[in-house]
Write a protein of this length. Sequence first.
Length: 318
Amino acid sequence: MSFSKNPEFDFYDKTSLKSYNLDKSMQYQLNMLDSLDVFTRKHCENVASITCRLCEYLHLPKDFTAYCTICAYLHDIGKQFIPPSILQKPGKLTDEEYEIMKTHTTIGYEMCMKDLKLRPYAAGPYYHHEALDGSGYPQGLKKNDIPYEAQIIRVADEYDAIVSKRQYKSHIGISDTLKILIENAHPRKPINPSDALNEIANNAKLGKNNPKVVKCLIKVVINDIEYEISGKQEYLDYIKSELKRLTEIEKYKTKMNNSKKEKDKNYYLEGIKMLLQQGETLENVDQVYNELQDAYDFRKKEIEHLWDEIKVIKKLKV
């Protein structure tokens, strides 16, 4: 017998998006995602949701949050013109393939500029791979030359791209993903002395990612893990109550089997019937109990793991 009362946690909950009444304002933009492959479309939706949350934690104006979120929805729109053999390649891209992949930024920008309804959000596709230290693309912009919305989207994009299970890469844990983003918020270490002199001369004491945005991402992640724990704990409490009910049934079964009088046997049998739920019988309650006990042990370990993740994350310094 299977149990379906396990509330699946959704890191990319749309509650924030709905609070900004984005459903109507984004309908046209969302339709633009229909031509994307399923993985890229889901990624765009995830990045938009994270971007919206980041804007909230950054205490940005409501209008800018709405604008930034739509930019995030459209950030990878140009990938619909990248060959599937490159977009969905299981292994590492060659230099030539990577150059083709990079064109999704300019393609997306051109798509937006040609459409009056998309034009206001062209910054999302165009700038989201720019890096504060100038190592990004397509223009290699630095610092304040990169629009703030793009700095936010870059962090959301990098986080989801690493932490999500994709068809061509392994899943990486949340704390390890955050460590990568933090590392990318730090200045690059010069490879040789001449590079060090250039760094000083250019006063380029910046990493790829905006540290303030990364700090907010850590807060968002901790908040979401705590929410996930709350959901799992609620389900754990439900399983615990079910195990208690099934334990009572087992006690009644033992008493019924040990009773010598038919009257007593029927008494305990009626008590058992009152405790049985749909799909349960005297013959399968032991199996149901074992399944629930396994589910309880599994969820308990999950919660313990999540608390361990939070402990690690809270120690991270940007």
